[in-house]
Design a protein. Structure first.
Length: 168
């Protein structure tokens, strides 16, 4: 995690990491006006705009691939994965790089926020009013001041990629 000291886990910054503690840490990201969270320990890197090479015959959620320090990383368009329409503007957005089963994936989002520590007691199951497609990829929510933080389950979000690897 080279781009931001804020993304260094608390136990590496000198704080004690208590996995049984009272709070959980998430890297936050905006897609449209919605705030999403990804567990901080799954995040490898945060990237600004990258040059992405299209992959012929890839599913629509796969934006392509990029080279990250000599490693090929599959870029996933999270907007498409969540069933959202394309952005209206030409802002290339940012990416959150995660490791899933030894493979790196770049989750393309509109904007990366901050690392947010939220109290575990504030966690709620997905409400019935949450979009069914989002519910499929969400572990639950946290209600923050005037915002809803939807926690993404990276494993389920990337589940479709196993069929890509088998086809290739």
């Amino acid at each position: 995690m080279s781009d931001s000291n804020a993304l260094v886990p608390s136990h590496e910054r000198g704080g004690a990491l208590d996995l049984g503690g009272d709070s959980q840490d998430f890297v936050t990201a905006y897609i449209g006006k919605q705030l999403f969270g990804i567990p901080v320990l799954t995040v490898q890197d945060v990237l600004g705009p990258q040059r992405i090479t299209r992959i012929p015959l890839a599913p629509p959620e796969v934006a392509g691939s990029l080279n990250l320090r000599g490693r090929i990383v599959t870029a996933i368009d999270v907007r498409k994965r969540l069933g959202l329409r394309d952005k209206d503007d030409d802002d290339p957005g940012m990416s959150i790089v995660v490791d899933q089963g030894g493979e790196l994936y770049s989750l393309m989002v509109d904007q990366v926020g901050e690392v947010l520590s939220v109290p575990k007691k504030a966690f709620e199951q997905n409400p019935a009013t949450l979009d069914p497609r989002w519910r499929e990829f969400s572990d639950g929510i946290f209600r923050l001041d005037k915002k809803l933080l939807v926690i993404l389950d990276v494993t389920r979000l990337l589940d479709f990629t196993s069929s890509i690897k088998q086809a290739g």
